[in-house]
Design a protein around this ligand. Structure first.
Ligand code: C5P
Length: 235
């Protein structure tokens, strides 16, 4: 079985991130680099992380006109990352341009294309927040609409909350990869994550990849926490 655990490197410095990555690498499948770390440590940090042999998920959630997003995706692909995010709300043309740029750039380098993941509705939104934007359908329906739009535009994966896994699996073809944060073990406090599943429950509900941050990096022994999580999946 491929290790589906992606560790969110939500730590302030590249030194801390590299230390954490080396510590947990034997028991995880990839590392997620978000806006804070990328804005402070940049492409050099991505190159250092890739040099350890780790797979990298660049979570910058691009959303702009298609041409601009395509160029950003091409640049990310040249960094040899394995996954990246764009906002599905950027529309079908933007998503097609992003997927096309990933495919073309990777082909020109003789590498597999990174997985371009669509982000549907941020979990910070509720129905009232969407209504303020003129979207009266509610979160559930809007997530489904954007997921179908993303799949129709050629994206091969989506980010979704644990509770969206089952409905999206019913809606989408099985090849679509689903990446889900909000993973907690029974023992953890769920901190600010309100809707959580355990790693095993999320995989059974159809997750392809699990993004896990605090249960690993804030554990007393991150390497052991990663090992226990990986083992809980019956590796
Ligand atoms: O520490 P925790 O396991 O909650 O980290 C989850 C990671 O997934 C963080 O990097 C967080 O920003 C990200 N994320 C999330 N919920 C979303 C989207 C992304 O927790 N809806």
């Amino acid at each position: 079985m491929r290790n589906p655990i992606i560790v969110a490197l939500d730590v302030p410095s590249s030194d801390q991130a590299l230390r954490l990555a080396r510590l947990v690498a034997p028991n995880v499948g990839a590392f997620k680099v978000g806006k804070e770390l990328f804005v402070s440590a940049g492409p050099d940090f991505i190159r250092q992380l890739r040099a350890t042999g780790a797979a990298v998920f660049l979570d910058l959630k691009f959303h702009d006109i298609p041409n601009t997003v395509a160029k950003a995706v091409a640049a990310a692909t040249r960094l040899d990352i394995q996954m990246l995010t764009i906002h599905a709300g950027g529309g079908a043309a933007m998503m097609r341009a992003a997927e096309g740029a990933a495919q073309e750039t990777a082909a020109s380098l003789g590498r597999p294309a990174p997985l371009v993941l669509g982000v549907t509705v941020l979990t910070s939104f509720n129905d009232a927040g969407l209504a303020e934007l003129g979207i009266s359908d509610g979160v559930e329906k809007h997530v489904e609409r954007l997921a179908l739009l993303a799949a129709g535009a050629g994206l091969r994966g989506l980010v979704c909350s644990p509770l969206e896994l089952a409905p999206l699996r019913r809606l989408l073809s099985p090849e679509i990869q689903l990446v889900t944060p909000g993973i907690r073990t029974g023992a953890d406090p769920s901190d600010d994550q309100k809707r959580t599943l355990s790693a095993g429950e999320a995989v059974r509900a159809g997750a392809t990849w699990l993004v896990i941050g605090r249960p690993i990096y804030a554990a007393g022994d991150p390497a052991e926490a990663a090992r226990v999580l990986w083992e809980s999946l019956g590796k």
